[in-house]
Design a protein around this ligand. Structure first.
Ligand code: HEC
Ligand code: HEC
Length: 265
């Protein structure tokens, strides 16, 4: 008599966990719900754009800066909001490490600020010597206004703070300033602290593009210094110190300050 074999696959006869129609309903319902949530969240995000981007602050000047940014493909080297190329520094929050004065002086002739380093393009429309003082300043100010607007967009913290180890920095202009500002510099006019120290050191603090300014009052008199600051090339043709386009009053204040940098007793 043949033995009745116990079926090894007895579970196959258990009722299925989901019937075909239940699985279908589950799939359609789930997909529908997730799609709906996605659409609602997207609408919610889009509705926040005007607020998050401070749309009301997009002035004609910001638009002009944006146009300069696009027309010249600054993104071919820089990123902004994390978007662009990685050759040059991220610029979303450039104003946290650079002052307006520094950016204006830099754009006028970038290579002079960092001689011998990889170079940022020199654009004639930022150069007072080519475009004229007023036009160059208007163009630089438009780009700065654009940076200022971009920096205030609420992106939930994107992009993260750029990794700028080894990148050029203005002493006093960044959170990772190389050293504490000495008292002698802290008492200087703001333009000196943000721009001149980019190229000159005082008490070892500052750049090395130009000579250190310790004891400069012993080498030059105050009036000479003021003429020098206002137009270096007029004093010494062919000099590599840039003309920074300072108003006379500011140049005078800086000359007054330089006149205090004496090392004589
Ligand atoms: C060919 C590549 C290139 C292009 C294009 C370019 N830059 Fe730059 N930029 C650089 C480099 C490189 C630096 C870093 C300083 C240096 O080495 O000269 C820099 C630095 C800067 C800085 C200073 C950033 C900092 O924190 O020190 C600003 C501001 C800036 N660029 C603005 C612009 C604007 C505005 C444009 C477009 C009009 C532009 N750049 C186009 C390469 C470029
Ligand atoms: C982009 C770099 C750069 C910036 C910015 C700059 N300088 Fe200079 N400066 C130089 C260079 C380079 C020299 C040397 C020029 C020469 O000998 O022809 C120089 C020379 C000088 C000298 C003569 C020093 C000496 O002992 O011979 C003084 C003073 C001076 N600069 C003051 C200033 C002041 C003040 C500022 C800001 C208003 C300033 N510089 C901004 C690059 C710069």
């Amino acid at each position: 008599m043949p033995m009745a074999l116990a079926s090894p696959a007895s579970h196959r006869t258990d009722p299925p966990m989901l019937t075909k129609s239940a699985a279908k309903a589950f799939f359609l319902g789930g997909t529908g719900l997730c799609s709906l949530a996605f659409v609602l969240l997207t609408l919610d995000t889009v509705a926040q754009f005007p607020d998050r981007s401070n749309a009301s602050e997009i002035t004609p000047q910001v638009m002009a800066g944006h146009k300069i940014w696009l027309d010249n493909n600054c993104m071919g080297c820089h990123t902004i909001l994390g978007e662009g190329a990685y050759y040059a520094p991220e610029l979303t929050r450039v104003l946290e490490r650079r002052t307006d004065d520094w950016i204006r002086a830099f754009l006028a002739d970038p290579a002079r600020m960092f001689p011998g380093r990889r170079k940022m393009v020199k654009y004639d429309f930022f150069d007072p010597a080519v475009a004229g003082a007023e036009q160059a300043r208007a163009n630089a100010d438009a780009v700065i206004a654009f940076f200022r607007w971009v920096a205030r967009i609420d992106t939930n913290g994107w992009p993260p703070a750029p990794h700028l180890a080894g990148a050029p920095r203005t002493p006093g202009g960044g959170s990772a300033a190389p050293a504490a500002e000495p008292a002698a510099v802290a008492s200087a006019p703001p333009f000196f602290r943000s721009v001149c120290v980019g190229c000159h050191a005082v008490e070892g603090y500052g750049g090395k593009v130009g000579p250190a300014l310790d004891g400069v009052a012993d080498r030059f008199d105050r009036d000479y210094l003021q003429r020098w600051i206002q137009d270096p090339a007029a004093v010494k043709p062919g000099t590599t110190m840039p003309r920074l386009g300072l108003p006379e009053a500011d140049a005078a204040a800086i000359a007054d300050f330089l006149a205090t940098l004496s090392q004589k007793e």
